[in-house]
Design a protein around this ligand. Structure first.
Ligand code: X2X
Length: 333
């Protein structure tokens, strides 16, 4: 009888592990905004490649770029992942911030002056707190990547001080934080998806936009009349490699570790690559006749001062402790 009980228990265990882990999908969807020509798309490509290789082809992922799984509306990507319409994503903190208020941290103007500041936040306690906030809202974050420092371009004039932005129509995306930042600077911000941005720049419906140099370069934003670019480094959007919680729970512990380590490796690879390409990208942009303005510390300070009100408005929504943790990490970097 003892032996029978043992066998029954063993069979039950087998059955349980079979039902809990064996039902892998033939293919998992991975959402991105930007495709393979951009560092962002390359980060996703690398993740997919490493997972396939390390799982000997057991885990297959397919990338859907241009936010096509959410009909181009990148601010719906997080909700779609949470509800199971999308299995996985490499997404920007900007696009997920409407659903995860803590992600607005990275959009606080001039919080992060340099790469070390980004790393001090993402690799420290503040980064862990942000990951916990994402997890709590239905998505499992695995690793960080980088879209890059977002610089300001426009079709009208050289921008060196806040007054230069007066009345300029600027395309922004994500949370209302950007409305507040650009309104504080005297500009006229308009919320719009990436899919709509280039057409709006082409027709002159908007005068300017903000995006990393790599995006400006690869998307050929110079060709839609954006002749002036100011390197003000006002914020950078990290990328997050993530899996929907319901999908995550279906993987065995070993495969969870495999997915995570591959994301960490892909993220590190992409961050190093995109940072190392910045000088070359800047030179290419200048070669095309774009006027690039570098701000002096004094000029930059004027922008910092002009946007201080955003901290008052947004710190309570992001979380006092989290903002403080991040500011301390930056100060001690
Ligand atoms: O839409 C943008 O500006 C982009 C591509 O940078 C993001 O998805 C945040």
């Amino acid at each position: 009888l003892k032996r029978c009980t043992f066998l029954a228990a063993a069979a039950a265990t087998l059955l349980f592990s079979a039902t809990s882990h064996a039902q892998y999908k033939d293919e998992y969807t991975v959402s991105t905004v930007l495709p393979s020509a951009f560092p962002w798309g390359q980060a996703a490509d690398k993740w997919v490649e490493l997972v396939k290789e390390r799982s000997d082809g057991r885990i297959n992922m397919k990338i859907y770029s241009n936010s096509q799984l959410v009909s181009g509306d990148q601010t719906k990507e997080f909700s779609a992942m949470r509800s199971g319409l999308i299995d996985m994503a490499v997404g920007s903190t900007i696009n997920w911030s409407p659903q995860v208020p803590e992600l607005n941290l990275f959009s606080l103007p001039f919080l992060m002056p340099d790469y070390d500041a980004i790393d001090a936040i993402t690799q420290g306690e503040a980064g862990e707190a942000v990951f916990a906030a994402i997890k709590k809202r239905g998505v499992t974050p695995l690793a960080w990547g980088e879209n890059g420092f977002r610089e300001l371009s426009n079709s009208k004039l050289t921008i060196e001080e806040p007054a230069d932005l007066d009345g300029l129509k600027i395309r922004v995306v994500g949370s209302p934080l950007f409305q507040d930042t650009f309104t504080a600077l005297g500009a006229n911000p308009t919320q719009m998806s990436w899919a709509d941005a280039k057409p709006a720049l082409t027709t002159g419906a908007v005068d300017g936009q903000e995006n990393p140099l790599s995006v400006f370069d690869v998307a050929r934003i110079d060709q839609v009349g954006q002749k002036y670019l100011t390197r003000w480094h006002y914020m950078a959007d990290p990328l997050v490699f993530a899996v929907s919680n319901s999908i995550w729970d279906q993987f065995s512990a070993e495969d969870q570790e495999l997915l995570k380590q591959a994301a960490v490796d892909a993220g590190q690879w992409e961050i190093e690559k995109s940072r190392s390409e910045i000088d070359e990208t800047l030179a290419a942009i200048k070669d095309r006749g774009v006027e690039v303005t570098e701000l002096t510390d004094e000029q930059r300070d004027a922008f910092v001062k002009a946007t201080q009100s955003v901290y008052g408005e947004w710190t309570p929504r992001i979380g006092e402790d989290l903002v403080k943790q991040a500011q301390e990490a930056v100060a001690n970097r």
